[in-house]
Design a binder for this molecule. Sequence first.
Ligand code: AFP
Length: 340
Amino acid sequence: MQRSINNTNTPSIESSRIALSIGTALDRFIKNNQAQFQYASGELSQLLRDIALASKVVNREVNKAGLIDMMGAVGSQNTTGEDQQKLDVLANIRFTRALAKGGEVCALVSEESEFFVDLNNEGQYVIAIDPLDGSSNIDVNVSIGTIFSIYRRKSPAGTPIQESDILQKGSAQVAAGYVLYGASTMLVYTTGTGVNGFTYEPSLGEYFLSHPNMKMPEDGKIYSINEGLANSFPQPVRDYIQYCKDKTYTARYIGSLVADFHRNLLKGGVYVYPATAKFPNGKLRLMYECNALAFVAEQAGGKATDGKGRILDIQLNELHQRTAFYVGSKNMVEKAESFG
Ligand code: AFP
């Protein structure tokens, strides 16, 4: 006689200790939540899958970066006679290729390219990406990341891409997120209905939901700022640093935006990159660094400003526009801003 798996005499599969649940895979999560998208056509889902796939390839390259260096420095040739690429160039190629193949993207803006890349006029989405942020940290084996923003184009599909499709405010993002290549690799993203984090399981080659519905603590005790540049910060920022010291806050600065942001998202803290003498408008790029993290921060209950106003409301005038960036726990960002 067949027995039901719910039979009370049989230990349920869910509670079995010999087969612990591995959780929800990214693919399934995307599919289950597809109906929440404003445009539930499946195209955005495919796009997120393409990003995840490219990130797995980049993760593989990042993991063996040390090995590649041992085999030949940048500028040399590999065994097949091809020029060896710097990892950030390689990451750019991986993401561009994955996004071009899918056909959902009409234009791609990347930190690695001066102009936008015209992909497929039929595509409904514009992507802004920093394929490998913090790449100066690669040589020393410190965490780095990929940051991405996804916009819906304004002009009709099938027509040539317009400037207004690309230069949209951050508030128009339909999805955004980042991949952190760290002690473990994580994909964190939002489609405007909260933030979810997935951890990569290398032996299965899949991301699994590990951080559902992430919330940034409203307060924190970590401040992340390149204090070595303090002499060239505006006085209010220097005053704020002094305030943090008076409060005996903890200083944590990796110099890898994704890693610094991710830590503060989990633990509570503030990241500040203000205007400096060298970068009077701030160093970080609005379109493919700040907008995405600002969207994630807000969706997790945090805050992101340029010291004066909301990052997501800044009008974009050029692809590689820079901005000052204050992001993190709501109360800490507000306190930093209150210094003027
Ligand atoms: P790289 O990609 O050139 O390493 O730049 C990284 C970055 O844009 C961001 O990840 C860091 O938070 C920031 O620069 C660090 O800048 P400083 O070295 O000026 O502090």
